[in-house]
Design a protein around this ligand. Structure first.
Ligand code: NAD
Length: 417
């Protein structure tokens, strides 16, 4: 049956089905793992600055919690839908299993355009959403984190709201918090640091020298901007960058520090000196060795795949490649480090943050980064070895490892009652 690529959940289920076929999972296990365990829809009012009351809709989905408490970010976006949140929750289940951290998968979202909200409206929305989903979240049950358009300040408001209802501080209910209230050293850079580690490993495998490689990055937020800096530090030449307003290109290389400064000052990359403007669509097809999609889903599709020139694709965003494009790229011999492995650095350091909060014992930044490096490189190598043994690609290697781990936990726990 044709997959509707506009529905991220259909894409996520089709990826799971492929892995389930290869693993020979029983019909019962397939049925369990195909469906999210819990789905909460909340409709809630927020008082706007002008005194009006507006209704908002939010979601929290837990896909599978057999390996540990549910874990996953919260997204504020006008594009959020229940199916998107379901897909992202399922990917979180596999992601936690790939890197071997003891969490299940969840995701949340609020349908809104955060750029149109004032800071105080954003705070009231975040606090009310946290209250609405407090029937699910908690340090032992479900631990949110930042995702698109949410940040440490929003995590702080949500943690404070949950704590107000308890009557004492519960830092471990949310990760990605500011350091002052139980955040972790290295969390802000964690996803990008993971990207740097897996890029380095993949380059070794395919014989690519960072210092002779050009990189294109789509998205200049938490993940994209910091990945640009860390890949630049690895020695790569960053030739194009983009944000929602469009892309900037210089085949001779972009000074990433200057781009970060410029984007902060002007609110966008558009107009960055010494660069040529390109659209986000053109950006993906520019000549380069490495392409890092770090924005949204469904960017590399059947429509543009024939024009993609990169030899290595590092999926920093969740779900940037459609299954059709994925198969074509694999046939062409392009190496794709899949999202559930590539961007797992964020949830890994979220795990460290949660452990530190529960123990009230905090680690130094070098300890965080060393532990992250060992988890990410071990996971990358395990996925690569699995893919080689099974004569498949890295995505399927990651799925085979992850789905088998979740299926094993589900099997051992048994069907209640
Ligand atoms: P962010 O909000 O900090 O940044 C998103 C960036 O993408 C911004 O530069 C924005 O302008 C750009 N963008 C948005 N829509 C776009 C579009 N239609 N075309 C091109 N660019 C667009 O978000 P983030 O936290 O950096 O997340 C980016 C991706 O990484 C998402 O897929 C997210 O799920 C994934 N991810 C994030 C984390 C994390 O720790 N933040 C962890 C794992 C995965």
């Amino acid at each position: 049956m044709a997959i509707n690529i506009d529905n991220a959940y259909d894409v996520a289920v089709s990826q799971f089905d492929e892995a389930a076929d290869r693993l020979g999972l029983s019909q019962a296990m397939r049925a369990i793992l195909r469906k999210p365990k819990r789905e909460l829809i909340v409709n809630f009012p927020v008082r706007m600055d002008n005194g009006d009351v507006e209704m908002f809709t939010g979601y929290r989905v837990q896909h599978n919690i057999n390996r540990g408490p549910a874990k996953g970010g919260i997204r504020f976006s006008p594009e959020v839908s229940l199916d998107e949140v379901r897909a992202l929750a399922m990917w979180m289940t596999w992601k936690c299993a790939v890197v071997g951290i003891p969490f299940g998968g969840a995701k949340g979202g609020v349908l809104c355009d955060p750029h149109k909200l004032s800071r105080s409206e954003l705070e009231r929305l975040a606090r009310r959403y946290a209250t609405e989903i407090s029937i699910l979240i908690g340090p032992n049950s479900d631990i949110p984190a930042p995702d698109m358009n949410t940040n440490p300040q929003i995590m702080a408001w949500m943690m404070d709201t949950f704590s107000m209802h308890q009557g004492y501080s519960v830092p471990a209910v949310i990760t990605g918090k500011p350091l002052a209230i139980g955040g972790s050293e290295g969390r802000l850079e964690a996803t990008a640091r993971g990207i740097q580690f897996v890029t380095r490993e993949a380059m070794i495998d395919i014989g690519m020298n960072p210092e002779e490689s050009s990189v294109v990055i789509q998205g200049f937020g938490n993940v994209g901007a910091i990945s640009a800096r860390l890949l630049y530090e690895l020695g790569c030449k960053i030739v194009a960058l983009s944000d929602i307003s469009g892309g900037v290109y210089n085949p001779n290389g972009i000074d990433v520090h200057q781009a970060m400064h410029y984007s902060k000052e002007h609110g966008a990359l558009r107009g960055l000196p010494n660069t040529e403007a390109v659209t986000n669509a053109e950006l993906l097809t520019l000549p380069c060795d490495v392409l890092v999609p770090a924005a949204i889903e469904n960017q590399i599709t059947g429509k543009n795949v024939s024009q993609i020139k990169a030899r290595l694709i590092i999926e920093a965003a969740n779900g940037p490649t459609t299954p059709e494009a994925d198969h074509i790229l694999n046939d062409r011999g392009v190496t794709i480090v899949p999202d559930i492995l590539a961007n797992a650095g964020g949830v890994t350091v979220s795990y460290f943050e949660w452990v530190q909060d529960l123990q009230r014992f905090f680690w130094a930044e070098h300890e965080i980064n060393d532990r992250l490096e060992s988890i990410m490189t071990r996971a990358y190598r395990a996925v690569r070895n699995k893919a080689q043994q099974q004569e498949t690609n890295l995505r399927m290697g990651a799925y085979l490892l992850a789905v088998a781990r979740v299926a094993e936990a589900t099997e051992i726990r048994g069907v209640y009652p």
